[in-house]
Design a protein around this ligand. Sequence first.
Ligand code: SF4
Ligand code: SF4
Length: 292
Amino acid sequence: MRWDLYYRGSLSSCNYSCGYCPFAKTRNTRSELARDRRQLLRFQHWTARQTARLGILFTPWGEALGHRAYRRTLIELSHQPNLERVAIQTNLSAPLQELAEASPRLALWATYHPGQTSLQRFAAQCARLDDLNIGYSVGMVGLKEHFADLTRLRQLLPPERYLWINAYKRRSDYYTAADIDFLKSIDPYFNYNLHRYPSFNTACQAGHRSFAVDGEGNLRRCHFVGEVLGNIYESDFARHLKPRLCPNQTCGCYIGYIHRPVLQWEQRFGPGYLERIPKSGSAVNLPEESSL
Ligand code: SF4
Ligand code: SF4
């Protein structure tokens, strides 16, 4: 039995200032950071007591990898026998050298934010990860004004490095057919992110094989359904994990739709599905999205 967990503690701050983001240039107080560290430690201790195999993706509000407590936790978790994968979403601005101590089970989900750092500096951080032999995926939001950056980033990265693109979905008619062709030429899986999947009352492994955990241990299906199912710090919390149907009308984020069984994402994408690293750059093995 393997569980995939999405952990998001109470941290809510970031060193970058993306205009659309509520955490832009926000700072937590010392006591808030201390509370987040306590939560993180408690969660880490909990993972060590589990008999299930675990995959964990840290999905912080803001940027966590810049905090040493997170880097140490990731390194230690990567060596824990029941951890098959530990990964974190990051803007990749943090110092990386320390991560050389991690096992190959550590991976990063790195997002490039135009205007917050140069492409050269971001690509240099990616090259650093290559030097350290740390797995990672790289991505951007597919805004039209950033198409030139996407092209340049693709050129700066090694050809085998997957570059994912999150579709801008707030406007249904945002992309032209030519835009979609361009984005698919960079990300062969782009079509799977382009739509919001109708999901109401359909099967989803969220709340069964996969779940989200907050700093207090509250257990939810995923980050997109607010209902609390239980708390991982209850001794019998696993009784809350069972096959479930999605209560939302649609599901549009990678960290959500990959748990819809109809996509068979894990089997087809490969063992790096949590941190978004495909086993190959080709999407030929995925079913046609029109059948989903
Ligand atoms: S890097 Fe991420 S968390 Fe930080 S301001 Fe930008 S979008 Fe927000
Ligand atoms: S389909 Fe998406 S929104 Fe619905 S429960 Fe699954 S992950 Fe959550």
